[in-house]
Design a protein around this ligand. Structure first.
Ligand SMILES: C[S@@+](CC[C@H](N)C(=O)[O-])C[C@H]1O[C@@H](n2cnc3c(N)ncnc32)[C@H](O)[C@@H]1O
Length: 292
């Protein structure tokens, strides 16, 4: 039952697994983080426009501590005097970090933030007719209850001429293919009710809705050191495996999933100096809403 439902079945295990996988991103890659964030600025089109005399309005869904948002906002401030930034983020702790960033970074002084400590589902239930010129969801749509409804709501809140940007784990890399394999062999029901959602699912939604979009990689395949996963007793290895399968306690609860995942990972990774590396990629989809 719990295949692909790590965050719902066990939020504590999800956090522990995320910490483990971050550590497995390896030395020498952390200093590429700034470059990674900057690629999002480059993906915001220069053509994001607002009505003369009004602030540019941005809606961030699941913005976390604002690492990506701040880069996007700085890009927008190159062409707009003022930005109104509504932030929808359920974690109070991350919102506090975001607020601190906004206080400390003087280059963001022309941004007026409107903080909403809510999930996307809660936010979209509230009535309001504000339309936004840019709406983004960067690595968030794994967590929302209803994947399609969230995409539909985001599009519905976009002003004509506005831009929607979604980043999601690639469905074409080894990790994305593992999601599909996992679901084919062990899943029950609708995969989109789990966190096993990829860039291909986002593209299919755009296609079905008849919305034109462009997809590009975020320019940064990350090498994950998965060596520990092959050591049965390794605590870190077990957590990494839980994250890669989005399934809690996969080693003890689902040994058959562990075997399948390890076999897939072995044949889709490379050995460097005795360590095994697995490449993780994500894709960014950008769609412009044409005016009537
Ligand atoms: C992987 S982080 C991405 C944060 C940020 N967008 C970034 O790229 O740095 C996922 C974020 O989604 C948030 N989140 C989880 N469930 C959510 C939901 N139902 N609605 C909106 N955000 C959610 C989490 O609190 C977290 O900040």
């Amino acid at each position: 039952m719990e295949v692909g439902r790590l965050i719902n079945s066990s939020p504590e295990r999800y956090l522990a697994s995320m910490t483990a996988i971050r550590a497995a991103y390896g030395h020498g890659q952390m200093n590429r983080r700034a470059d990674y964030y900057h690629t999002f600025g480059a993906m915001v089109p220069d053509s994001v426009l607002c009505e003369p005399g009004t602030d540019l309005r941005v809606l961030g869904i699941g913005s976390g501590s604002g690492d990506v948002d701040s880069v996007i906002l700085k890009k927008l401030l190159q062409r707009h005097d003022r930005v109104y930034n509504r932030v929808v983020e359920p974690s109070g702790e991350l919102l506090e970090q975001y607020k601190t960033r906004m206080r400390e970074d003087t280059s963001l002084g022309a941004v007026k933030c409107d903080w909403r400590q809510q999930t996307a589902e809660e936010y979209f239930q509230t009535k309001g007719d504000t339309k936004f010129h840019l709406i983004h969801a960067v690595h968030v749509l794994y967590h929302v209850d209803d994947f399609h409804a969230t995409l539909r709501n985001m599009w519905g809140h976009l002003a004509d001429g506005g831009c929607m940007l979604v980043a999601q784990k690639s469905g074409k890399d080894a990790g994305g293919r593992l999601y599909y394999k996992l679901w084919d062999e062990f899943g029950q029901g609708d995969r989109l009710k789990t966190s096993l959602r990829t860039s291909v699912d986002v593209e299919q939604w755009f296609d079905a809705a008849g919305i034109e979009y462009v997809t590009s990689g975020d320019g940064h395949g990350w090498n994950i050191d998965i060596s520990e996963c092959f050591h049965e007793e390794s605590e870190a290895g077990m957590k990494i495996l839980d994250f890669l399968t989005q399934t809690p306690y996969v080693c003890s609860n689902r040994p058959e999933i562990r075997s399948m995942a390890l076999e897939h990972m072995r044949s889709n990774s490379s050995l460097v100096d005795g360590k095994r590396f697995y490449k993780a990629e994500s894709e960014v989809m950008v769609a412009l809403k044409k005016g009537e």
